[in-house]
Design a protein around this ligand. Structure first.
Ligand SMILES: Cc1cc2nc3c(=O)[nH]c(=O)nc-3n(C[C@H](O)[C@H](O)[C@H](O)COP(=O)(O)OP(=O)(O)OC[C@H]3O[C@@H](n4cnc5c(N)ncnc54)[C@H](O)[C@@H]3O)c2cc1C
Length: 426
């Protein structure tokens, strides 16, 4: 028992064993758990705080169909489909705004970059088109492009207004499909017997399971180290703000991403959401913080957002001029190549990882959770998923991992263009 609340694990199955234990009740952990449960497995999710309380509950809620490679495109589009049809397959409602998005370039180089993205994304099946003035971004309430700006129109793109609504929908679906979520129960050990993981130790109990999924977000490395494994991700701060409500923003307007400024904008709570990717991002490694460290302790700096908003102040005056109603942030798990880190840990049977979100973990969680659930329950990786193996970087040293992860963050919207400039791998 926790206080006066019944212990969900005892209530359901006496919680001494499960087919699958998922560590972490963020978007990725819950989606993976849900899909394992929908395949008939007994599933326990063990969460240190409360579900969605860390990165997932702070996300901007943006889904983006145009991605840097074919696998990410497939996952992103699959997630969009799963989000808008959530009630049909999961049995619980989920509100999704479907206004589409504009990708905007204000420089010649970024125009060429978007033209390459247009061609490759179309090849990969995305509905994306050149936007033509005045029918394109000129019709937006909160963004006023210059005549020479170039834009792509991405009608498939959606957002979830309040990120916690995805968590609530997943929790309800988990309950409906028999996956049990235990909150306020940190995992403190991962026993390994005869070379394989056999379950987890929490502050309250032991749970045996042949499959343990490390979906601990910014703590993924710390948790993997409990089993003696290394997950190659670097954790980096990301922030956004939401302005007070303003008549300058039509709540039905599309999302805008200005690729040369690395800024995203969308209607939010009657105001404008402003987020972006600074060129000199701040790494924050929870392993070097006090044990009590949580996302609420990530140091925020509104000056970063003011500088980013300043880069689009002519086109989006509300981003800089309307008072801030909310400023929030958290940590991204960045990988050295910008792709997810997901799948079984090599040489340690039983341990799986769902991480390396690179800023897309919220929006890709539905597809990645499904893919991992299929892989775990069938034993066969879905097409292309093996490429995300946690072992693919070999023994990449931490300083190289960090510098490449920071680079991926700073070039979130233009990894290929940035790579051409810097010599970094795209
Ligand atoms: C400001 C901001 C905006 C963002 N916007 C977007 C966006 O628009 N679109 C998008 O796709 N992505 C976005 N992201 C990224 C996205 O939020 C993350 O990629 C995603 O939420 C990661 O999900 P997760 O489940 O891996 O992590 P989390 O949500 O952090 O969940 C991990 C959980 O593991 C738990 N945990 C840790 N250690 C233990 C332990 N020892 N025992 C038990 N539990 C443990 C934690 O308490 C936590 O609840 C944004 C992130 C931020 C910070």
């Amino acid at each position: 028992m926790t206080g006066t609340r019944p212990d969900p694990l005892i209530r359901h199955n006496g919680l001494v064993d499960a087919d699958v234990v998922v560590i972490g009740a963020g978007a990725l952990g819950l989606c993976t758990a849900l899909h394992c449960a929908m395949s008939g497995r007994s599933v326990a999710v063990v969460e240190r705080h409360t579900a969605g309380s860390q990165a997932s509950g702070r996300a901007a809620g943006l889904f983006k169909s145009v991605q840097a490679d074919e696998l990410r495109t497939r996952l992103a589009r699959c997630s969009i489909t799963k989000a808008v049809t959530f009630a049909d397959w999961a049995g619980t409602p989920l509100a999704v705004a479907r206004p589409g998005s504009f990708l905007i370039a204000r420089t010649v180089q970024h125009r060429e970059f978007l033209q390459r993205e247009l061609a490759q994304s179309r090849r990969w099946g995305v509905d994306v088109r050149e936007a033509v003035h005045p029918a394109g971004p000129a019709r937006l309430s909160y963004y006023h492009p210059a005549d020479h700006d170039y834009a792509l129109w991405c009608p498939e793109d959606v957002f979830i207004e309040e990120p916690f609504s995805l968590i609530q929908a997943c929790l309800a679906a988990c309950q409906r499909h028999g996956a049990v979520v235990a909150e306020n129960e940190p995992v403190i050990g991962i026993p390994v017997t005869a070379g394989r993981v056999t379950g987890v130790e929490t502050q309250r109990r032991s749970i045996t399971a042949p499959v343990v999924v490390d979906a601990a977000g910014a703590w993924v490395r710390h948790v993997a180290e409990l089993a003696g494994a290394r997950v190659p991700v670097a954790t980096v701060r990301h922030q956004l703000l939401i302005t007070e409500p303003t008549a300058q923003v039509d709540p039905a307007d599309p999302i805008v991403r200005v690729v040369d400024a690395a800024v995203y904008l969308r209607p939010a709570r009657g105001g404008l959401m402003v987020g972006g990717f600074e060129s000199d991002p701040l790494p924050v490694d929870p392993r070097h913080q006090p044990a009590s460290f949580s996302t609420a302790d990530v140091p925020l700096d509104v000056g970063v957002l003011e500088r980013l908003a300043g880069q689009v102040s002519v086109e989006a005056p509300a981003a800089s001029s309307i008072p801030v109603a909310e400023h929030r942030g958290g940590l991204f798990t960045m990988s050295a190549d910008g792709r997810f880190v997901a799948g079984p840990v090599p040489d340690l049977p039983g341990l799986w990882v769902a991480s390396g979100c690179n800023g897309s973990g919220f929006s890709s969680s539905l597809a990645l959770g499904e893919a991992l659930g299929t892989w775990i329950t069938s034993g066969t990786p879905p097409p292309g998923l093996s490429a995300l193996s946690p072992g693919r970087f070999g023994a990449l040293p931490d300083d190289a991992l960090l510098s490449r992860g920071l680079w991926q963050y700073a070039h979130y919207y233009d990894p290929v263009h940035g790579a051409a400039d810097s010599g970094q791998p795209a």
